[in-house]
Design a protein around this ligand. Structure first.
Ligand SMILES: Nc1ncnc2c1ncn2[C@@H]1O[C@H](COP(=O)(O)OP(=O)(O)O)[C@@H](O)[C@H]1O
Ligand SMILES: [Mg+2]
Length: 346
Protein backbone atom coordinates (compact mmCIF):
# COMPACT_ATOMS: atom_id res chain seq x y z
CA UNK A 1 0.00 0.00 0.00
CA UNK A 2 1.43 3.38 -0.93
CA UNK A 3 1.18 6.37 1.35
CA UNK A 4 -0.46 8.36 -1.41
CA UNK A 5 -3.47 10.25 -0.31
CA UNK A 6 -4.67 10.44 -3.84
CA UNK A 7 -4.35 8.18 -6.82
CA UNK A 8 -5.81 8.73 -10.26
CA UNK A 9 -5.87 5.67 -12.51
CA UNK A 10 -6.56 5.49 -16.25
CA UNK A 11 -8.89 8.44 -16.12
CA UNK A 12 -10.70 9.46 -19.31
CA UNK A 13 -13.23 12.23 -19.72
CA UNK A 14 -14.99 12.82 -22.97
CA UNK A 15 -17.71 15.47 -23.19
CA UNK A 16 -20.70 14.66 -25.38
CA UNK A 17 -23.82 12.47 -25.47
CA UNK A 18 -22.05 9.28 -26.56
CA UNK A 19 -18.88 9.76 -24.56
CA UNK A 20 -18.39 6.11 -23.58
CA UNK A 21 -18.56 4.97 -27.17
CA UNK A 22 -15.48 7.01 -28.04
CA UNK A 23 -13.17 5.73 -25.33
CA UNK A 24 -11.76 2.97 -27.60
CA UNK A 25 -11.04 5.52 -30.35
CA UNK A 26 -9.21 7.72 -27.85
CA UNK A 27 -7.24 4.71 -26.66
CA UNK A 28 -6.29 4.04 -30.27
CA UNK A 29 -4.90 7.56 -30.43
CA UNK A 30 -7.49 9.76 -32.12
CA UNK A 31 -6.52 13.40 -31.53
CA UNK A 32 -8.61 15.91 -29.62
CA UNK A 33 -9.09 17.92 -32.81
CA UNK A 34 -10.16 14.90 -34.85
CA UNK A 35 -12.63 13.75 -32.18
CA UNK A 36 -14.16 17.21 -32.28
CA UNK A 37 -14.17 17.60 -36.07
CA UNK A 38 -15.43 14.13 -36.95
CA UNK A 39 -17.62 13.21 -33.97
CA UNK A 40 -18.42 16.48 -32.23
CA UNK A 41 -17.17 15.20 -28.87
CA UNK A 42 -14.59 16.98 -26.70
CA UNK A 43 -11.64 15.13 -25.29
CA UNK A 44 -11.28 16.50 -21.75
CA UNK A 45 -8.87 14.01 -20.16
CA UNK A 46 -6.87 11.33 -21.88
CA UNK A 47 -5.62 8.47 -19.71
CA UNK A 48 -4.50 10.37 -16.63
CA UNK A 49 -2.38 8.38 -14.19
CA UNK A 50 -1.19 10.42 -11.27
CA UNK A 51 -0.03 9.61 -7.78
CA UNK A 52 -0.44 12.68 -5.66
CA UNK A 53 1.79 12.57 -2.61
CA UNK A 54 0.42 13.12 0.85
CA UNK A 55 0.98 16.48 2.53
CA UNK A 56 2.72 18.04 -0.45
CA UNK A 57 1.77 20.60 -3.05
CA UNK A 58 0.90 18.97 -6.37
CA UNK A 59 0.73 21.54 -9.14
CA UNK A 60 -1.27 20.86 -12.29
CA UNK A 61 -0.07 23.18 -15.01
CA UNK A 62 -1.08 23.69 -18.61
CA UNK A 63 -2.47 26.21 -21.04
CA UNK A 64 -6.11 27.18 -21.05
CA UNK A 65 -8.26 24.28 -22.25
CA UNK A 66 -5.68 21.62 -21.42
CA UNK A 67 -7.98 19.93 -18.88
CA UNK A 68 -6.84 21.30 -15.51
CA UNK A 69 -10.28 22.18 -14.13
CA UNK A 70 -11.77 18.98 -15.49
CA UNK A 71 -9.11 17.01 -13.64
CA UNK A 72 -9.45 18.76 -10.27
CA UNK A 73 -13.25 18.46 -10.39
CA UNK A 74 -12.93 14.70 -10.67
CA UNK A 75 -11.22 14.57 -7.29
CA UNK A 76 -14.39 15.43 -5.40
CA UNK A 77 -16.57 14.04 -8.16
CA UNK A 78 -18.08 17.28 -9.32
CA UNK A 79 -17.49 15.62 -12.69
CA UNK A 80 -18.14 11.96 -13.43
CA UNK A 81 -15.38 10.31 -15.42
CA UNK A 82 -16.13 8.54 -18.68
CA UNK A 83 -13.85 5.81 -17.42
CA UNK A 84 -11.16 5.35 -14.76
CA UNK A 85 -10.68 5.59 -11.01
CA UNK A 86 -10.10 8.24 -8.39
CA UNK A 87 -8.84 6.75 -5.14
CA UNK A 88 -8.63 8.87 -2.00
CA UNK A 89 -7.24 7.21 1.12
CA UNK A 90 -7.80 3.81 -0.44
CA UNK A 91 -11.41 4.56 -1.20
CA UNK A 92 -12.76 4.85 -4.71
CA UNK A 93 -14.59 8.15 -4.91
CA UNK A 94 -16.74 6.72 -7.71
CA UNK A 95 -18.08 3.94 -5.54
CA UNK A 96 -19.19 6.23 -2.72
CA UNK A 97 -22.89 6.45 -1.92
CA UNK A 98 -24.57 9.86 -1.97
CA UNK A 99 -24.18 10.10 1.82
CA UNK A 100 -20.52 9.08 1.75
CA UNK A 101 -19.85 11.53 -1.03
CA UNK A 102 -21.50 14.37 0.87
CA UNK A 103 -19.41 13.59 3.96
CA UNK A 104 -16.30 13.31 1.81
CA UNK A 105 -16.88 16.69 0.19
CA UNK A 106 -17.55 18.38 3.53
CA UNK A 107 -14.86 16.82 5.66
CA UNK A 108 -12.03 15.67 3.40
CA UNK A 109 -11.78 18.38 0.78
CA UNK A 110 -12.11 22.11 0.62
CA UNK A 111 -11.85 24.41 -2.34
CA UNK A 112 -10.46 27.85 -3.03
CA UNK A 113 -11.95 29.47 -6.10
CA UNK A 114 -10.48 31.92 -8.59
CA UNK A 115 -13.38 34.32 -8.21
CA UNK A 116 -13.31 34.02 -4.39
CA UNK A 117 -17.02 33.02 -4.25
CA UNK A 118 -17.65 34.87 -0.99
CA UNK A 119 -21.16 35.50 0.28
CA UNK A 120 -21.60 39.25 -0.31
CA UNK A 121 -24.08 39.92 2.50
CA UNK A 122 -22.04 38.10 5.12
CA UNK A 123 -19.09 39.52 7.01
CA UNK A 124 -15.54 38.22 6.79
CA UNK A 125 -16.10 36.37 10.02
CA UNK A 126 -19.38 34.82 8.81
CA UNK A 127 -17.84 33.85 5.47
CA UNK A 128 -14.96 32.05 7.14
CA UNK A 129 -17.29 30.33 9.59
CA UNK A 130 -19.61 29.25 6.79
CA UNK A 131 -17.85 25.99 6.01
CA UNK A 132 -18.00 25.05 9.66
CA UNK A 133 -21.66 25.85 10.14
CA UNK A 134 -22.60 23.63 7.20
CA UNK A 135 -20.55 20.91 8.87
CA UNK A 136 -22.90 21.33 11.83
CA UNK A 137 -20.50 23.18 14.14
CA UNK A 138 -22.32 25.43 16.61
CA UNK A 139 -22.34 29.09 15.59
CA UNK A 140 -20.40 30.45 18.58
CA UNK A 141 -17.70 27.85 18.17
CA UNK A 142 -17.55 28.40 14.41
CA UNK A 143 -17.08 32.10 15.03
CA UNK A 144 -14.29 31.48 17.49
CA UNK A 145 -12.33 29.18 15.22
CA UNK A 146 -12.95 31.44 12.23
CA UNK A 147 -11.07 34.17 14.08
CA UNK A 148 -8.03 31.93 14.44
CA UNK A 149 -7.91 31.49 10.67
CA UNK A 150 -8.59 35.14 9.96
CA UNK A 151 -5.55 35.93 12.06
CA UNK A 152 -3.43 33.31 10.28
CA UNK A 153 -4.11 34.88 6.88
CA UNK A 154 -3.35 38.34 8.24
CA UNK A 155 -6.84 39.81 8.32
CA UNK A 156 -7.26 40.55 12.01
CA UNK A 157 -9.33 43.68 12.46
CA UNK A 158 -11.41 43.01 9.35
CA UNK A 159 -13.76 40.44 10.89
CA UNK A 160 -16.80 42.70 10.60
CA UNK A 161 -16.12 43.92 7.06
CA UNK A 162 -18.10 42.83 4.03
CA UNK A 163 -16.37 41.39 0.93
CA UNK A 164 -17.07 44.50 -1.17
CA UNK A 165 -15.07 46.56 1.33
CA UNK A 166 -11.95 44.48 0.70
CA UNK A 167 -9.36 44.41 -2.09
CA UNK A 168 -9.04 41.32 -4.32
CA UNK A 169 -6.06 40.03 -2.40
CA UNK A 170 -7.87 40.43 0.90
CA UNK A 171 -10.95 38.69 -0.46
CA UNK A 172 -8.82 35.75 -1.50
CA UNK A 173 -7.33 35.64 1.99
CA UNK A 174 -10.90 35.22 3.22
CA UNK A 175 -11.38 32.45 0.65
CA UNK A 176 -8.25 30.73 1.91
CA UNK A 177 -9.23 31.12 5.58
CA UNK A 178 -12.67 29.70 4.82
CA UNK A 179 -11.15 26.68 3.11
CA UNK A 180 -8.67 26.08 5.93
CA UNK A 181 -11.20 26.53 8.72
CA UNK A 182 -12.92 23.25 7.89
CA UNK A 183 -9.74 21.33 8.72
CA UNK A 184 -10.11 19.24 5.56
CA UNK A 185 -6.84 17.46 4.74
CA UNK A 186 -7.14 18.03 0.98
CA UNK A 187 -7.14 21.55 -0.40
CA UNK A 188 -8.23 22.05 -4.02
CA UNK A 189 -7.13 25.33 -5.57
CA UNK A 190 -8.19 26.00 -9.16
CA UNK A 191 -6.27 29.07 -10.42
CA UNK A 192 -6.92 30.56 -7.00
CA UNK A 193 -4.34 33.31 -7.44
CA UNK A 194 -4.62 33.84 -11.20
CA UNK A 195 -6.91 36.85 -11.00
CA UNK A 196 -4.65 38.77 -8.62
CA UNK A 197 -2.08 41.43 -9.47
CA UNK A 198 1.48 40.08 -9.62
CA UNK A 199 2.65 41.56 -6.31
CA UNK A 200 -0.47 40.51 -4.42
CA UNK A 201 -0.13 37.13 -6.04
CA UNK A 202 3.40 36.68 -4.72
CA UNK A 203 2.10 37.69 -1.27
CA UNK A 204 -0.59 35.03 -1.46
CA UNK A 205 1.97 32.43 -2.53
CA UNK A 206 4.06 33.35 0.52
CA UNK A 207 1.05 33.06 2.83
CA UNK A 208 0.18 29.68 1.37
CA UNK A 209 3.76 28.39 1.65
CA UNK A 210 4.04 29.61 5.25
CA UNK A 211 0.75 28.00 6.19
CA UNK A 212 1.69 24.81 4.38
CA UNK A 213 4.88 24.58 6.43
CA UNK A 214 2.73 24.52 9.50
CA UNK A 215 -0.30 22.58 8.25
CA UNK A 216 1.07 20.11 5.70
CA UNK A 217 -2.09 19.57 3.75
CA UNK A 218 -2.36 17.68 0.53
CA UNK A 219 -2.77 20.57 -1.89
CA UNK A 220 -3.77 20.33 -5.53
CA UNK A 221 -2.84 23.68 -6.99
CA UNK A 222 -3.80 24.58 -10.52
CA UNK A 223 -2.07 27.29 -12.46
CA UNK A 224 -1.20 28.21 -16.02
CA UNK A 225 1.78 30.18 -14.77
CA UNK A 226 5.16 28.47 -14.75
CA UNK A 227 6.81 30.79 -12.23
CA UNK A 228 3.97 30.12 -9.83
CA UNK A 229 4.21 26.38 -10.45
CA UNK A 230 7.95 26.34 -9.75
CA UNK A 231 7.54 28.42 -6.64
CA UNK A 232 4.65 26.51 -5.09
CA UNK A 233 4.98 22.93 -6.36
CA UNK A 234 6.71 20.02 -4.68
CA UNK A 235 5.59 18.09 -7.72
CA UNK A 236 4.35 19.39 -11.06
CA UNK A 237 2.25 17.64 -13.70
CA UNK A 238 2.03 19.34 -17.07
CA UNK A 239 -1.13 18.80 -19.09
CA UNK A 240 -1.62 19.21 -22.80
CA UNK A 241 -4.83 18.30 -24.64
CA UNK A 242 -5.96 16.34 -21.60
CA UNK A 243 -2.79 14.30 -21.29
CA UNK A 244 -0.02 14.45 -18.70
CA UNK A 245 3.08 15.04 -20.76
CA UNK A 246 5.53 15.42 -17.93
CA UNK A 247 5.55 14.95 -14.22
CA UNK A 248 8.29 15.61 -11.73
CA UNK A 249 9.72 18.06 -9.25
CA UNK A 250 10.58 21.57 -10.47
CA UNK A 251 14.27 20.65 -10.84
CA UNK A 252 13.51 17.66 -13.05
CA UNK A 253 11.25 19.67 -15.30
CA UNK A 254 13.77 22.45 -15.77
CA UNK A 255 16.77 20.14 -16.18
CA UNK A 256 15.14 17.57 -18.48
CA UNK A 257 12.08 18.91 -20.26
CA UNK A 258 10.21 16.00 -21.87
CA UNK A 259 9.53 17.65 -25.23
CA UNK A 260 9.52 20.86 -27.26
CA UNK A 261 6.22 22.01 -25.75
CA UNK A 262 7.76 21.98 -22.29
CA UNK A 263 11.07 23.40 -23.48
CA UNK A 264 9.05 26.24 -24.90
CA UNK A 265 7.21 26.69 -21.62
CA UNK A 266 10.43 26.92 -19.62
CA UNK A 267 12.56 28.87 -22.05
CA UNK A 268 12.19 32.16 -20.21
CA UNK A 269 12.73 30.73 -16.77
CA UNK A 270 15.63 32.16 -14.87
CA UNK A 271 17.49 28.87 -14.44
CA UNK A 272 19.96 30.40 -12.01
CA UNK A 273 17.15 31.15 -9.57
CA UNK A 274 15.33 27.80 -9.93
CA UNK A 275 17.97 25.09 -10.22
CA UNK A 276 19.60 24.08 -6.97
CA UNK A 277 23.04 22.57 -6.75
CA UNK A 278 21.70 19.31 -5.37
CA UNK A 279 20.61 18.46 -8.92
CA UNK A 280 24.14 18.75 -10.34
CA UNK A 281 26.13 17.24 -7.51
CA UNK A 282 28.72 14.59 -8.42
CA UNK A 283 30.63 12.07 -6.30
CA UNK A 284 33.79 12.98 -4.44
CA UNK A 285 35.07 15.85 -2.38
CA UNK A 286 37.48 18.73 -2.87
CA UNK A 287 39.40 21.37 -1.00
CA UNK A 288 36.88 24.09 -1.71
CA UNK A 289 34.39 25.44 0.81
CA UNK A 290 31.11 23.73 1.71
CA UNK A 291 27.89 24.80 0.04
CA UNK A 292 24.44 23.71 1.15
CA UNK A 293 22.59 21.56 -1.41
CA UNK A 294 19.55 23.83 -1.54
CA UNK A 295 21.63 26.77 -2.78
CA UNK A 296 20.54 28.10 -6.18
CA UNK A 297 22.97 28.12 -9.10
CA UNK A 298 22.93 31.88 -9.04
CA UNK A 299 24.21 32.00 -5.48
CA UNK A 300 26.56 29.04 -5.91
CA UNK A 301 28.28 30.59 -8.94
CA UNK A 302 29.73 33.41 -6.87
CA UNK A 303 31.19 30.96 -4.36
CA UNK A 304 32.44 28.61 -7.06
CA UNK A 305 34.14 31.45 -8.83
CA UNK A 306 35.79 32.62 -5.61
CA UNK A 307 37.12 29.16 -4.79
CA UNK A 308 40.71 28.53 -5.93
CA UNK A 309 39.97 25.13 -7.46
CA UNK A 310 36.65 26.33 -8.92
CA UNK A 311 35.00 23.51 -6.99
CA UNK A 312 32.97 23.29 -3.79
CA UNK A 313 31.73 20.49 -1.56
CA UNK A 314 28.01 20.01 -1.23
CA UNK A 315 26.43 19.30 2.13
CA UNK A 316 22.82 18.45 2.98
CA UNK A 317 20.61 20.31 5.46
CA UNK A 318 22.07 18.23 8.26
CA UNK A 319 25.65 19.22 7.36
CA UNK A 320 26.56 15.84 5.87
CA UNK A 321 28.82 15.88 2.80
CA UNK A 322 27.03 14.48 -0.25
CA UNK A 323 29.52 15.29 -3.05
CA UNK A 324 30.89 18.23 -4.95
CA UNK A 325 30.07 20.69 -7.72
CA UNK A 326 32.33 22.42 -10.19
CA UNK A 327 32.05 25.86 -11.74
CA UNK A 328 31.92 24.24 -15.19
CA UNK A 329 28.98 22.00 -14.34
CA UNK A 330 27.12 24.93 -12.77
CA UNK A 331 27.61 27.01 -15.91
CA UNK A 332 26.54 24.05 -18.04
CA UNK A 333 23.33 23.67 -16.08
CA UNK A 334 22.70 27.37 -16.40
CA UNK A 335 23.26 27.47 -20.15
CA UNK A 336 21.37 24.43 -21.33
CA UNK A 337 18.51 26.21 -23.06
CA UNK A 338 18.70 29.69 -21.71
CA UNK A 339 20.03 31.84 -24.52
CA UNK A 340 20.02 35.13 -22.69
CA UNK A 341 22.12 33.83 -19.79
CA UNK A 342 24.23 31.96 -22.31
CA UNK A 343 25.26 35.22 -23.83
CA UNK A 344 25.83 36.79 -20.46
CA UNK A 345 28.23 34.13 -19.22
CA UNK A 346 30.16 33.26 -22.35
N1 LIG B 1 -19.02 20.76 -19.82
C1 LIG B 1 -18.23 20.73 -20.90
N2 LIG B 1 -18.71 20.38 -22.10
C2 LIG B 1 -17.93 20.29 -23.20
N3 LIG B 1 -16.61 20.55 -23.19
C3 LIG B 1 -16.06 20.89 -22.02
C4 LIG B 1 -16.82 21.00 -20.81
N4 LIG B 1 -15.99 21.37 -19.80
C5 LIG B 1 -14.76 21.47 -20.36
N5 LIG B 1 -14.80 21.19 -21.67
C6 LIG B 1 -13.65 21.17 -22.61
O1 LIG B 1 -12.67 20.32 -22.04
C7 LIG B 1 -11.37 20.84 -22.26
C8 LIG B 1 -10.68 21.06 -20.94
O2 LIG B 1 -11.31 22.14 -20.27
P1 LIG B 1 -10.86 22.67 -18.84
O3 LIG B 1 -10.70 21.51 -17.95
O4 LIG B 1 -11.83 23.71 -18.43
O5 LIG B 1 -9.44 23.31 -19.16
P2 LIG B 1 -8.51 24.29 -18.29
O6 LIG B 1 -9.06 24.31 -16.90
O7 LIG B 1 -7.16 23.69 -18.40
O8 LIG B 1 -8.58 25.61 -18.96
C9 LIG B 1 -11.55 22.09 -23.10
O9 LIG B 1 -11.41 21.75 -24.45
C10 LIG B 1 -12.97 22.51 -22.77
O10 LIG B 1 -13.53 23.22 -23.85
MG1 LIG C 1 -9.72 25.92 -15.72
Amino acid sequence: MSDAKLQINNLYKIFGPKAKKFVPLVKEGISKQELLDSYNHVLGLNNINLTIPQQKVQVIMGLSGSGKSTLIRHINRLIEPTSGEVIVDNKNVLEMSQTELREFRRKKTSMVFQKFALLPHKTVSQNVAYGLTIQGVHEAQAKESSHIWIEKVGLSGFEGHFPAQLSGGMQQRVGLARALATDAPILLMDEAFSALDPLIRTDMQDILLDLQNELQKTIIFITHDLDEALRIGDNIAILRDGKVIQEGNPQEIIMTPADDYISDFIKDVNRGKVIRIKSIVTKGSCRGPNLISSLTLENALKELNKSKTKECNVIDEGGKKIGKVSLDSAIDALLKTNVSTNERYK
